[in-house]
Design a protein around this ligand. Sequence first.
Ligand SMILES: [Zn+2]
Length: 583
Amino acid sequence: MALENDSELKEFIRKAALLNAVGHGGKAQTGAMIGKILGEKQELRSRVKELSSVINSVVSEVNSLSLAKQKVIVEKNWPETQKRLKVEEKRLPPLTNADKYPTVVTRFSPNPDCVLHLGSARAILLSHEYARLYNGKFILRFEDTDPKIKRPSLKFYDSIRKDLKWLGAKVDEEYIQSDRLPIYYEYTEKLITDGNAYVCECIPEEFRKQTTAKQPCPCRELPPTEQLEKWNTMLNGGYKEGQAVVRVKTELENPNPAVRDWPALRVIDTKKYPHPRVGSKYVVWPLYNLAAGLDDHLMSMTHIIRGKEHYTNMVRQKYMYSYLGWTYPEAIHYGRLKIIGAFLSKSKIVQGIKEGTYTGYDDPRLGTFAALRKRGITPEAIKKMIIDVGIKSNDVTLSWETLFSYNRKILDASSNRYFFVPQPIELKVLQTPRIFLAKLPLHPDKPERGVRVFTVTPEGEEETVSLWISRKDAEAMESEKIFRLMELFNVRIESKSDDSVTAKFFSESYEDVRKIRVQLIQWIPKGTELPSQVVMPDSSVTEGFAEADCKKLKPDAIIQFERFGFVRVNEVDQKLVAYYAHK
Ligand SMILES: [Zn+2]
């Protein structure tokens, strides 16, 4: 039978091609596949020629599909191959005990009291990435149960959703803790009924004195029936703020005094501090360990990936888990990720905005995702950096430059090039022999993207060409010195004043001046310029002119201004406004 009519073989090749394509960014490699297929189907060795023609046709069909489509087909037909493939692709270490659970479930659980910043990237991206690697579930849980001190604000729920979307973290389920108070009450009642929690009326100092001495406070020993009465009094508003807390019992001998009989719920005067979502409906609010601890089990969390500062919280919560007969999820505690020079403290960000020090949550001086997005830092770069750092329990310190170098690799390949002349000064080139047409590629490695075309026409008796160059370049110009205007021609400086430089045409070819190592500078023909502003990382503004082709750019385009840096276009109209990313 001719191989091309052998449907079983074709299906076999199709599977190999799809797997190979998914492993190679969407393009299957024919050569590697021939070897693999011959290895498995030795009877075809005498028919290599026929086989490669079948492979070629299948590969070209597979390669015409998008990577996303290829992934869908593979996941649908051969899901078992995916776990392994993806783990190899991303280089994250396998998740502890992933095989123990039918579905891996992870979560990110922010308090919506501020926008998110780079400090959250690790929790978000690792949790999300592992959920995807194991075809699991990624949960977003808003932990908004402190209407008083860490008060949530409605706008931050949305900004957090937006940031996750931007980072590529797809949320499978979303929960909001302020919707779940009846659930927390129900379990608290159970804990109290079973004698595992109690209402404590002690003033904090007294309580601390007792527990430091490993002694029970007087409230602890009362029978559950009395505890339940007090609990109901709490719920009905019978206690004021600070008059009572519910505590979960632990061993009083626990070596860490901060673990002993930890506080689980407290009273908040929501008449005075209404919750932005549920107002004054509740006066008893759960603290972190009760709400997060219950939710992790109730939401079937299998893996909690979080900073090691949460280690003690796990110790606290495990008491509650044992009372309820639950098993604690796998907990992975990573070290702190510090970015040198980044403003990552929530309270300082909020305060700075209130006081007007920062222009907003996207002020370029901040390390918020909103600011990074505005500057043209790509989510891909953040993700790559986080995955490269991986899960380590030691602290990791990175510099901005580390993030920029990840971003640069991405932008260098994707960004088109344009001329921008900061703080422009006029350059008059005399004795220009003819009209010059300069064609510059939009991207040096991607000729298919096309070119920008500049026409430079000499005028007047002296055959003068007028161009804009940057003040910084002008400052380096001395009489007799030769410079090359990029892709145009070489000039020799004659004289200069405060606001202009006069030069003479020297020669056309770069070869003429390459040996003397002249400086290549960017330029813009006078009269074609687009007034521009670039907001710098310190929030200062650099004024200048961009080349005319920049008028065609759309907001959000990330481009490279040659010899200046990568910028993200924020608006284009009569003027271009861009934000500076990095060199
Ligand atoms: Zn007490």
